[in-house]
Design a protein around this ligand. Structure first.
Ligand code: SF4
Length: 391
């Protein structure tokens, strides 16, 4: 069966009404990659069943505000390390408790080693309609350097298997600018992935995060550090290749075919509300942000005791919400819709910054075009610096 494409706003622009999202964190991986600082653990297979039970219980007992989600995102970790029937149980718990908006996007992150055609079919039947596959690179030495254990062939096969199973909404995740990558390696990875015609590509510059094996390798001089100039060149090449192939860059690191932007990520970049379930998951409702206990065992035990799984929370006041929403919205290529932004966050946020905005526009790094305020096309790689000046 071919899954129908979700109907929710996928144009890639800032959303005046971002909808309502649900994030589910699956904190397990086959193996930890050298660069990864996510909340994920290897060798905890014995916890899978207990964790799924805990998630279902936690979702069923959610007593806070809720609406039928316009997007649901299973991330990790490697969600597809769990059996399709377990992922289905979690998804059914969400839809039982909250309903589901018509045309909602229901995404799941997949590792190439944990998916094949029957698994995609089972996940489609369970209700998932968008699949995001962690390809990262198609060059064996780059994959090895990153600590990825899948092969390039397996990565390409996972994209092809998704299509054979009837996946109509497919994302490929890539990483560029690692110390092991030569210019021709990146060009070959881009060419190979585009050959499979995914609907969406996320390509992120490798960052060396503290407390990772990669950080130790760099700090001890065994691997050279990443070079921002090289990464800017790789980003430009990706932009050129994707553009020629008909993809639009709608966010600093995300490209899609027309109408195939990620609804869930648009919700984040439009400062929307979402619930987060699972170990280390984050949620945000109307300016209140919270996060749950990080360790899977702690999460399971808290749920079993009927205790609160929240580890911490912060409440953003009106003065803080506007700048944060501005920071997120300017990552989108279309920027923010000024009228809609002011309607949601008050006009003080932008009017207080009129002087600095005018200076940055004058420097050619921001553009005011019609009702939109956005980064100038050449300012994409200095987005963080521009945003820092604004804040
Ligand atoms: S598969 Fe993803 S989440 Fe898991 S260790 Fe690697 S980078 Fe981290």
């Amino acid at each position: 069966m071919i899954a129908t494409a979700p109907l929710f706003n996928r144009s890639g622009g800032w959303l005046a009404d971002p909808g309502f999202g649900v994030y589910v964190h699956i904190p397990f991986c086959l193996h930890r990659c050298h660069y990864c600082d996510f909340n994920t653990y290897e060798g905890q297979d014995s916890l899978f069943e207990l964790y799924v039970d805990a998630l279902v219980t936690e979702i069923e007992r959610w007593a806070g505000a809720t609406r039928p989600p316009t997007s649901i995102f299973f991330g990790g970790g490697t969600p597809t390390l769990l059996a399709a029937r377990d992922l289905r149980r979690i998804l059914e718990a969400i839809t039982r408790r909250m309903g589901l908006s018509p045309g909602a996007e229901v995404s799941i992150e997949c590792n190439p080693e944990t998916v094949d055609e029957p698994k995609f079919e089972a996940l489609l039947a369970a209700g998932f309609n968008r699949f995001s596959i962690g390809i990262q690179s198609l060059m064996p030495h780059v994959l090895r350097g990153l600590g990825r254990t899948h092969s390039a062939e397996r990565a390409l096969e996972s994209l092809a298997a998704a299509r054979r199973a009837g996946v109509a909404d497919l994302n490929a995740d890539l990483i560029y600018g690692s110390p092991w990558e030569r210019p021709e390696d990146w060009a070959r990875s881009l060419e190979g992935v585009l050959g499979e015609q995914p609907d969406h590509v996320s390509a992120y510059a490798l960052t060396v995060e503290e407390r990772t094996p990669l950080h130790t390798l760099v700090a001890t001089g065994r691997v050279r550090d990443v070079d921002p100039d090289v990464q800017a060149e790789r980003h430009a090449l990706a932009d050129e290749c994707f553009g020629k192939a008909g993809y639009e860059r709608y966010e600093v690191s995300n490209w899609c075919l027309p109408g195939r932007a990620s609804a869930h990520n648009l919700l984040y970049w439009s400062a929307g509300d979402y619930l987060g379930f699972g170990a280390g998951a984050h949620g945000h409702l109307d300016g209140r942000r919270w996060w749950t206990v990080k360790l899977p065992r702690e999460f399971i035990s808290a749920v079993a005791r009927g205790a609160c799984t929240e580890e911490g929370a912060e409440v953003l006041d009106h003065e803080q919400r506007g700048p944060e929403a501005l920071m997120l919205g300017l990552r989108l290529a279309s920027g923010i819709d000024v009228g809609a932004f002011n309607a949601r966050f008050g006009d003080g946020c932008l009017s207080d910054r009129a002087g600095v905005i005018s200076d940055i526009v004058g420097a050619g790094l921001l553009e005011q075009s019609g009702s939109h305020l956005r980064l100038a096309p050449g300012a994409t790689m200095v987005a963080n610096e521009v945003i820092c000046r604004l804040l």
